[in-house]
Design a protein around this ligand. Structure first.
Ligand SMILES: Cc1ncc(COP(=O)(O)O)c(C=O)c1O
Length: 362
């Protein structure tokens, strides 16, 4: 193995302290984490250690100049065999490395990323919850660790994976506020990257939206405030007539792995799909004519989050009730079942932890 691992197990598991019937997203962190350091131009010191605080200088560059990126993914247990399952992990390797390159950070080798997940899930398999809508959320992230105040790309980095048992993200349908003032991403910027600053920049607008009674912002493009981009931290899909329509991927949209998976599944079922620019005017017209049947966000955390209403220019638009919807609820179930090994893995998306050999991981 090119990158050997060391493993230090916790002396006392915190598992008995967790109330699995009442999981708050991201509050409980599992017993172990993976850590690797980038020094002198290479990734080194790959280790699994008990989860806990790290000693860091307040001068580390991640804190000042924002070289910090992350991924969000989930592991489930096979519904029948109980074996831990990873879902399309290589897509997350590719995405974190697209983020890394854009942020002048070193790519993380797939071998390190995938072996780390394999080991962590093997060790902390009891932390994977099995109740409806729950999963083990995995948070790989990388940040600049040079302790120096000059503005430049850091020479050193740390890559960490921690994991957290989670329940359903948005149990209720969400209300969206179409932002006519703030933008999430701009052409030439970093919208396609999962860079920490992208999220920091959306927090104040999201708080304002919450204060006005909305759950998330429906982001429009920054050039014309005309085309749908994403909603909150999810990709957006509309069902207009008998077609699922979603914005085509551009440099201002994060390429969601849930989005990609849902598009594959929807096409496989035989429904019509269009990936193309969608203007807010088109959505309004479809709403007025009754052709707008559904709207939902897609993302790892929520899987599918149904939209009940959206507000544009001070007017509330109400979508048809959840009970009458067919695509969103159906595709959510299809994807959740797929992730739990309940359907044929026809796209080869599942990586069972027991079968993934450490030495052959990409
Ligand atoms: C901005 C943004 N868009 C979309 C998504 C959905 O991506 P995925 O389906 O890979 O979770 C996420 C979540 O990762 C996100 O943060």
């Amino acid at each position: 193995m090119k990158y050997p691992f060391s493993v230090e197990l916790t002396k006392k598991s915190r598992l008995p302290e967790v109330d699995f019937s009442n999981l708050v997203f991201g509050h409980s962190i599992s017993d172990h984490m993976f850590v690797a350091d980038y020094l002198d131009g290479e990734w080194t010191s790959c280790r699994i250690v008990p989860y806990g605080p790290m000693l860091m200088s307040p001068a580390i560059m991640a804190l000042h100049y924002g070289q910090a990126i992350f991924e969000g993914m989930k592991a489930n247990k096979h519904e029948i065999t109980g074996e831990p399952l990873l879902f399309r992990p290589e897509m997350h390797v590719d995405r974190i490395n697209r983020s890394a390159i854009r942020m002048a950070m070193p790519p993380i080798p797939g071998e390190i990323f995938l072996n780390a997940l394999h080991c962590l899930l093997d060790i902390d398999r009891e932390w994977i919850p099995q109740s409806e809508g729950s999963a083990l959320y995995l948070r790989p992230h990388m940040f600049a660790t040079d302790a120096s105040l000059g503005v430049k790309a850091s020479d050193t980095y740390r890559f960490v994976i921690m994991t957290s048992p989670v329940g359903p993200y948005y149990p209720k349908p969400i209300r969206l506020l179409v932002s006519e003032k703030y933008v999430r991403a701009f052409p030439g910027g970093v919208g396609f990257a999962k860079a920490a600053g992208n999220y920091g920049a959306t927090l104040a607008p999201a708080q304002q939206a919450k204060n006005e009674g909305f759950d998330q912002i429906l982001w429009l493009d920054g050039m014309e405030f005309k085309y749908l981009q994403e909603c909150g931290t999810m990709n957006i899909m509309c069902v207009i007539g008998d077609t699922v329509v979603t914005p085509n991927l551009t440099e201002t949209i994060l390429a969601g792995i849930t989005r990609d998976s849902i598009l594959h599944l929807i096409r496989d079922i035989g429904l019509k799909v269009e990936e193309r620019p969608i203007s807010i005017d088109e959505v309004l017209e479809a709403q007025h004519s009754g052709e707008l049947k559904e709207m939902f966000g897609t993302g790892t955390a929520a899987v599918v989050s149904h939209v009940s209403e959206f507000s544009y220019k001070g007017k509330i638009m109400t979508l048809p009730p959840l009970e009458g919807r067919t695509v969103g609820p159906m595709i959510k179930k299809v994807l959740e079942n797929y992730k739990k090994g309940l359907s044929d893995d026809k796209f080869n998306w599942l990586i069972p932890i027991n079968k993934m050999s450490l030495s052959t991981a990409k």
